[in-house]
Design a protein around this ligand. Sequence first.
Ligand code: ADP
Length: 312
Amino acid sequence: MAKITVIGSMVMDNVAKMDKFPQAGETVLGATLEFFPGGKGANQCVSVARLGGEVEMVGMLGKDGNGDVFRQIFKEEGIKADNVFSCDKPTAVAQIQINAEGQNRICVIPCANFEFGVEELNKVDELIKNTELVILQLELRLDITKEIIRRAHRYGVKVLLNPAPAVKLEKEILGMLDYITPNETELSILTGLPTETDEEVIAAAKELLSYGTKTIIATLGSRGALIATKDSVEIVSGYKVKAVDTVAAGDSFNGAFAVALTEGKTLKEAVQFANAMGALTVTKKGAIPSLHTRAQVEEFIGRIPNQKIKES
Ligand code: ADP
């Protein structure tokens, strides 16, 4: 069994560039169309694999060309994918329109991702029991994701939830989580509290702790990330880089954090490693193409001076 199991989404991004968005009822001619494999589950899984983590992907694809693209990626990246199931619905697609000003309009159609149901979950029950860490996001059916959390909790298996895209979750579910990794917006949605300043982020993280979540890792973009447990709260500063595209920053952060944790690193070390991975991700365009390898992350950390730790 792999140490880390990602149960999550796979989405083919269809990116269309155009001068201006069409109005309702209008047709415009676009300029370019590109296809990028992504989805938070796939991005996080590939991050783990590129960092040398032992990982298995679980999810649902369509029996179509897009599905084959993901199957090929898993093969090339050395990711176990025996429990990536196939269904008659198409592989999930995101239709992304970008206009000349760089604004975007995005519609994600879950298709196959929402076909991952109880039947599939029962097939991976043993896998969940025997893995060290389950990584989840919120792009599968919510009822299924909650059921995975309940089962993992019952089996004593650690769960890391990346609560994206954010929805309000019951305290009962939040209380079963070992790790939650919201960005500032997601932390605000989860708690109903503002998260504009560091002080507000700390107060919101403490609110989540009060529900029973063991460790809150709130990602703060270029500022790094906050670690909150019942014993301490600290902000681990991010690395200074020239950001060109922030897509998959959070996903790569999650993958790196998980790898470091399962290698026995402390929370602070794991967040420093994840900050480095996240920073490198924003220096390159795209999702999967921007995910760096272990050697690249270690070389980067070696080159950059130690981060300052802000305690509170
Ligand atoms: P999300 O992508 O989920 O919105 P964040 O924007 O908080 O999440 O980014 C996740 C992590 O990626 C941050 O905690 C940080 O480590 C890294 N990161 C993101 N943006 C930058 C940046 N501009 N410079 C350096 N690191 C960054």
